[in-house]
Design a protein around this ligand. Sequence first.
Ligand code: SAM
Length: 260
Amino acid sequence: TSFGYKQVREEEKSKLVGNVFSSVASSYDVMNDLMSAGLHRLWKDRLVSKLSPFPGMKHLDVAGGTGDVAFRVLDSIKSVSRRAVGGAISDIEEDTHIYVCDINPNMLNVGKKRASERGYNEEKCLSWIQGDAEALSFEDGSMDGYTIAFGIRNVTHIEKALAEAYRVLKRGGRFLCLELSHVDVPLFKQIYDVYSFSVIPAVGELVAGDRQSYQYLVESIRRFPNQENFAQMIQEAGFERVEYENLVGGVVAIHSGLKL
Ligand code: SAM
């Protein structure tokens, strides 16, 4: 086919035999890689580096899907504490806890499976919790960090999700959001528009067999508040030192704020 994705599609198909959950997640992962040319991995790395995870931290990753962000946080904590204690697992590492919250139990099931494939199944420091970003089941002031990657755009009331993020964070806790945002670079904007309105729905149809969802994806990116307006909303939720970083000219942005 015109984009050369047919081969990927065939390979994917053979992988997809069996488990319905993993088939959903597989096409989801393939689409992420295709649409972002693999960049979503680097963006998530960047998100987690801004978090500066530390041993003993309590972290909540909302809309955490299949664990992409949570695994990075855990790996980062492990590398920090290995450096600190020369290879032994410190007591403090045992206090570390990362909660992955997602509204979709299928995504969480795939995440759990991945965790055990990666050898994380013994870890007591990872929990998978079904829940809504707008009404979290966690206690006030219980988290050192909160991340949401490519999730807040799907939430019905963004303000509620932000208020919940603020509520569950401790004083000094950090809020970080990675989201598809608005490109404001002339020429690149035109190219990006063609890419998102023509290429993404076509690839969605070809690879995931689902044009509509990817059409919706593009529209939801347009509807989402721009960088400045979203920063304003974060501030209105009570966060301080709110700032954002554009990646790839604003294709994605990382917003951050502190609960002080
Ligand atoms: N964070 C993952 C990543 O970056 O790969 C997954 C992103 S995926 C595009 C969006 C996720 O948000 C889905 O797993 C979906 O189930 C979840 N989601 C949508 N609405 C939600 C809500 N109100 N509360 C919690 N999770 C939600």
